[in-house]
Design a protein around this ligand. Structure first.
Ligand code: ATP
Ligand code: MG
Length: 400
């Protein structure tokens, strides 16, 4: 079988153009690894002897995302290709970026700077694999092994510790013995990393098909003691074998809070520097989980849960409770809802003001709408203008 599967076919153009200009270019890293494993290919990364300014000359559409580190994005047929010049790098003393990079004209040292043997594979335009560190053998045996001396490589950039664990969670691979020892030695250096980088890896780790294996490594190695939020609790131990893959950061945040209710959601999102979008979704999910605990699956719960959070909610119930919520039932309740938002109510603020012309406007109007909304969603009252008006007349707002 040719390794140059469909996603690589378009990318061949990029490689060929660079070669025609007199430079070398290869597919590299995750795309080669995943192609050999016959897994779906994520982004296609290209490594080249051409300097970034040359790449900018060769292609029409180039986005200079990290020129100082040698990386630009080439756009071709609406796909982005990360093209990086062969380079070597020094320490990551700020926990974020290498202190300096040096461009080189041969690929070998560029492959040597990569984290794991399975990520240090390159492939040419014919599908030939360049494998300087026995990466194919490790792929075959399902092993994560650092390129070169484990301790040195992990010290250079301790994020590689978390990357090892997240690859084990994604691929179901074991961590090779010496690499494991090195992780154990170097783990306190995790504390110097930029939080954003940690969060990205944690999100991928929790989404891995083999997350149970990943969390077992985290536990056995005592990694959580060196990570924000997780450091003062035994959350992963509590989660134990119940864990299953979750596919978004908001799910992870909600799961952590549900497992250790003494850490509130805002503390987690702040500690992990999550966006407000993640915070808001985590709150909605968490409210839904709490509501579910006391009321089971009701119309109101489904109504308040945004449609794009349905799957997240179902996945969380499977981990947190003995029984997963029935997705079919969830979707049936959703499609049978009488209204999807307040706007669909057959009554509005003006109708209510007209019913009580002598009352000063105030929050009481919203209070009535919220009451009516719940009744309509629960099917206790018909969404019909005159029926709703009658109900309000018989249940007038309290005096306040
Ligand atoms: P994914 O499928 O998650 O994108 P990936 O292997 O492509 O996995 P990236 O983070 O996209 O991971 O990195 C691309 C390549 O760059 C890696 O395969 C690896 O060769 C190299 N790399 C990335 N991060 C590091 C790092 N911290 N240290 C050394 N090499 C790294
Ligand atoms: Mg990648």
């Amino acid at each position: 079988m040719s390794l140059l599967t469909e996603p690589f076919q378009d990318a061949l153009y990029v490689i060929e153009k660079i070669e025609q200009a007199g430079h070398q270019a290869f597919f590299v890293g995750g795309c080669v690894r995943d192609s050999l494993l016959e897994r779906p290919i994520g982004d296609i990364d290209i490594t080249t002897s051409a300097k970034p300014d040359k790449i900018q000359e060769i292609f029409d559409e180039v986005i200079p995302v990290g020129i100082e580190h040698g990386t630009v994005i080439v756009r071709y047929h609406d796909v982005s290709y990360e093209v990086t010049t062969f380079r070597v790098e020094s320490d990551y003393s700020d926990g974020r970026h290498p202190d300096s990079v040096q461009f080189i004209d041969k690929i070998d040292l560029d492959l040597a700077r990569r984290d794991f043997t399975i990520n240090a594979l390159a492939m040419d335009k014919y599908g030939n694999i360049l494998d300087l560190f026995k990466g194919k053998e490790d792929l075959h045996n399902g092993l994560l092994r650092t390129v070169g001396n484990g301790k040195e490589r992990l010290k250079e950039d301790p994020l590689r510790i978390l990357r090892a664990i997240r690859f084990s969670s994604q691929l179901g691979f074991k961590i090779e013995k010496d690499t494991l020892y090195a992780i154990n030695d170097v783990k306190p250096s995790l504390e110097g990393l930029a939080v954003e980088r940690i969060t990205v890896e944690l999100e991928k780790l929790f989404a891995g098909k083999f997350v149970r294996l990943g969390l077992k490594y985290m536990n056995d190695l005592g990694i959580e003691k060196h990570l924000p939020i997780l450091n003062n609790y035994q959350i992963l131990q509590k989660l134990g074998d119940r864990i299953r893959p979750v596919h978004s950061l908001e799910e992870v945040v909600c799961l952590i809070h549900q497992t250790e209710p003494s850490i509130d959601i805002r503390t987690i999102t702040k500690g992990w520097k999550c966006s407000n979008k993640v915070l808001n979704k985590a709150i909605i999910l968490n409210d839904a989980i709490n509501y579910y605990k006391s009321h089971d699956l009701t119309n109101i719960l489904v109504y308040k849960l945004l449609p794009d959070l349905h799957m997240s909610f179902a996945r969380l119930t499977e981990i947190l409770f003995t029984q997963k919520v029935n997705e079919k039932k969830l979707f049936r309740l959703k499609s049978n809802l009488v209204i999807y938002s307040k706007k669909d109510l057959a009554i509005n603020g003006n109708d209510i003001i007209e019913l009580f012309p002598d009352r000063k406007r105030g929050p009481w109007i919203q209070d009535i709408i919220t009451q009516i909304e719940e009744l309509v969603v629960e099917g206790k009252i018909e969404n019909n203008n005159s029926i709703l008006k009658d109900w309000i007349k018989w249940n007038p707002p309290g005096v306040n």
